[in-house]
Ligand binder design. Sequence first.
Ligand SMILES: *[C@@H]1O[C@H](CO)[C@@H](O)[C@H](O)[C@H]1NC(C)=O
Ligand SMILES: *[C@@H]1O[C@H](CO)[C@@H](O)[C@H](O)[C@H]1NC(C)=O
Ligand SMILES: *[C@@H]1O[C@H](CO)[C@@H](O)[C@H](O)[C@H]1NC(C)=O
Ligand SMILES: *[C@@H]1O[C@H](CO)[C@@H](O)[C@H](O)[C@H]1NC(C)=O
Ligand SMILES: *[C@@H]1O[C@H](CO)[C@@H](O)[C@H](O)[C@H]1NC(C)=O
Ligand SMILES: *[C@@H]1O[C@H](CO)[C@@H](O)[C@H](O)[C@H]1NC(C)=O
Ligand SMILES: *[C@@H]1O[C@H](CO)[C@@H](O)[C@H](O)[C@H]1NC(C)=O
Ligand SMILES: *[C@@H]1O[C@H](CO)[C@@H](O)[C@H](O)[C@H]1NC(C)=O
Ligand SMILES: *[C@@H]1O[C@H](CO)[C@@H](O)[C@H](O)[C@H]1NC(C)=O
Ligand SMILES: *[C@@H]1O[C@H](CO)[C@@H](O)[C@H](O)[C@H]1NC(C)=O
Ligand SMILES: *[C@@H]1O[C@H](CO)[C@@H](O)[C@H](O)[C@H]1NC(C)=O
Ligand SMILES: CC(=O)N[C@H]1CO[C@H](CO)[C@@H](O)[C@@H]1O
Length: 650
Amino acid sequence: MKLTGISLSTLLALGSIPSSVAVPTSGDVTFEDLSRRALPNAPDDYTPSNVTCPSSRPTIRSASALSKNETAWLDVRRQQTISAMKDFFGHINMSDFDAVSYITNHASNVSNLPNIGIAVSGGGYRALTNGAGAIKAFDSRTEGSTRSGQLGGLLQSATYLSGLSGGGWLLGSIYINNFTTISNLQTYKEGEVWQFQNSIIKGPKTKGLQIWDTAKYYEELVKVVAGKRSAGFNISFTDYWGRALSYQLINATNGGPSYTWSSIALTQDFKDGKMPLPLLVADGRNPGETLIGSNSTVYEFNPWEFGSFDPSIFGFAPLEYLGTYFEDGEVPSNTSCVRGYDNAGFVMGTSSSLFNQFILKLNTTDLPSTLKNIAADLLADLGERNDDIAIYSPNPFYGYRHASAAYEQTPDLNVVDGGEDKQNLPLHPLIQPDRQVDVIFAVDSSASTANSWPNGSPLVATYERSLNASGIGNGTGFPSVPDKNTFVNLGLNTRPTFFGCNSSNLTGPGPGRAPLVVYLPNYPYTTYSNKSTFQLQYEIAERDAMITNGYNVVTAGNGSRPAYADWPTCAGCAVLARSFDRTGTDVPSVCAACFEKYCWDGTRNSTEPAAYEPSVLMADAKKSGAGGSFVVAARWLYIVPVVAVWAGLV
Ligand SMILES: *[C@@H]1O[C@H](CO)[C@@H](O)[C@H](O)[C@H]1NC(C)=O
Ligand SMILES: *[C@@H]1O[C@H](CO)[C@@H](O)[C@H](O)[C@H]1NC(C)=O
Ligand SMILES: *[C@@H]1O[C@H](CO)[C@@H](O)[C@H](O)[C@H]1NC(C)=O
Ligand SMILES: *[C@@H]1O[C@H](CO)[C@@H](O)[C@H](O)[C@H]1NC(C)=O
Ligand SMILES: *[C@@H]1O[C@H](CO)[C@@H](O)[C@H](O)[C@H]1NC(C)=O
Ligand SMILES: *[C@@H]1O[C@H](CO)[C@@H](O)[C@H](O)[C@H]1NC(C)=O
Ligand SMILES: *[C@@H]1O[C@H](CO)[C@@H](O)[C@H](O)[C@H]1NC(C)=O
Ligand SMILES: *[C@@H]1O[C@H](CO)[C@@H](O)[C@H](O)[C@H]1NC(C)=O
Ligand SMILES: *[C@@H]1O[C@H](CO)[C@@H](O)[C@H](O)[C@H]1NC(C)=O
Ligand SMILES: *[C@@H]1O[C@H](CO)[C@@H](O)[C@H](O)[C@H]1NC(C)=O
Ligand SMILES: *[C@@H]1O[C@H](CO)[C@@H](O)[C@H](O)[C@H]1NC(C)=O
Ligand SMILES: CC(=O)N[C@H]1CO[C@H](CO)[C@@H](O)[C@@H]1O
């Protein structure tokens, strides 16, 4: 489909679409200049390079506190979130409780105010699109999202936004493209990002009429990765995978080989605290082991650092200087520093390295011969049991005396998909006591049931891990959650549910020291959103229908599910819950009613449930008038084929 330069409204104006069909705002295209984005600041494109170390040489630091960079940034960010929270509560109906004044009155001591985190799960493009719908609903820049009863502004109020695997692709798409909006990502045209109709296996199309030559795409992937290899770095299949992802998420023409993850910290809007702190999660495979267990190390990439709060490492390396040789936390005096290792695509590929296995096992007759040769070479080098790892070599924690022996002694780190330890929601960075997060909006697009729907599985995994308080849990706290069968039997995977309302019933360091978790499970509001994790091609209409469904997931039907008409109010109460505790404020009656309704009450039913097969909830809702975003979805599904037929493109 080629709509280059023609906006949808132009097509409509030409009269070939019935004027009774309203134009969705996201289709009213203004093609934004994509050159305004994070920084392509790597010294030599994809190849990491030796550079002179800065005068204060990079070091590995202990995880015993937040970094100085984060601490300083938080002061700036928290001022921004105060006005954002006032705006947010300005359009949330809190009945006779004046939440705006509450925020104003407590603004003199920011630590009394809510500290919000948002977590977007893994699950391939399903998780990217469903998560995108969530972010779209939470973003005050989305048209209509700040009308009464909408959740727009929650993103602006949040301190942290975490993602892993497919959720990490979403994070990268937003942050590397200068904290752009989902609406913008949806309207970028052919030759730009998010053209998921072009399979990642076959590569993007270039601008204009020419169809991208798949062979040339693979030649590029190989050539660019070869540069890194010939500079002396060990590579893994994730290098190729990260390059391929970059054509979908960063730049369709050349895959943006010089964009680094650490450059996010250098952009002015980030420094000014105008966006939440992005946290990307990956897992570590313990040295000498091939299975990823619940005690595997969880890493985070924040804009300044790469490392882990887990006792196995308990340290952080400066992200910009990843690839540098460290010994016991120092760069030896005769060694130069390395920059450019933290390529943004490589970082996103690392968090989603589960896909390595999938691609390597694709029916090989479907793969171009270039890829078959790469696969064969790599498997010969690494062995099949190493096909899903990203190699981080040299290991920045080499010789680091505070790391466990296994990590201290290994010359390279094996980093894997952030969901491989079953914690498919990136909660780990948000439950670190130092971050003092009060509430986590957890958007779960996991394929946990046989039909690829969620069933609370990532919450169970994180809860169980946190129980090992003196070991791998290392001081993290988490609300008590029930087993997966209970999630299904009680319908906790069909609607928003709060866990941890009772702040004295938590694991970890003590009362109130774990966040309230708002579980937002993928559910079929307007489309069957349980696509396969390994579906790597989405038509534009399918992509947009998924995004709209995600919008409905987090708004509980956007005002169109009568039993959940109180949802925006109750989301507001979830934001305030821990703050009420700290300020000794009586819970207003409107919130008491919300907690009564949305908090898990401790009931269990662990009987094996029948097959879970929910149906689309609002399939016939399209004629019901203005307002609900499900209406927009229905219009989209109608409009896109009409436009395509009209333009002779099908
Ligand atoms: C993508 O890369 C091409 C080639 O370097 C460049 O001309 C184009 O401006 C880039 N696009 C964006 C949106 O940055
Ligand atoms: C990023 O976006 C902001 C807000 O839209 C804009 O003011 C800024 O100029 C952009 N930054 C860059 C580097 O283009
Ligand atoms: C991090 O903080 C140090 C000072 O502690 C500063 O020199 C450095 O520029 C900061 N890094 C970034 C990316 O802001
Ligand atoms: C706000 O919610 C209350 C119920 O809590 C309801 O009675 C009232 O009509 C709502 N106000 C608006 C403006 O929606
Ligand atoms: C700010 O609030 C926190 C948390 O309630 C409290 O521990 C701290 O003492 C307060 N600081 C001041 C200066 O009042
Ligand atoms: C993880 O658990 C396994 C089995 O319980 C154990 O053998 C291994 O030593 C543990 N690894 C670490 C790093 O704790
Ligand atoms: C980078 O420096 C290291 C020594 O610090 C050296 O071994 C390596 O060959 C250099 N790489 C390149 C590409 O110059
Ligand atoms: C692989 O693909 C080919 C052609 O697409 C098909 O004929 C063959 O049956 C497939 N093999 C398997 C094992 O799926
Ligand atoms: C590459 O991997 C091997 C095997 O783990 C290791 O001995 C070597 O030091 C690594 N090379 C670099 C440059 O990290
Ligand atoms: C409180 O915690 C215990 C486990 O410590 C759990 O069994 C119980 O269900 C929890 N109750 C609620 C309401 O969360
Ligand atoms: C528990 O769940 C099972 C399976 O869904 C159901 O058949 C049963 O009625 C439930 N029991 C109760 C007490 O609700
Ligand atoms: C709270 C807690 O137990 N923190 C520990 C986490 O692990 C490091 C490294 O083992 C310890 O030093 C901390 O005390």
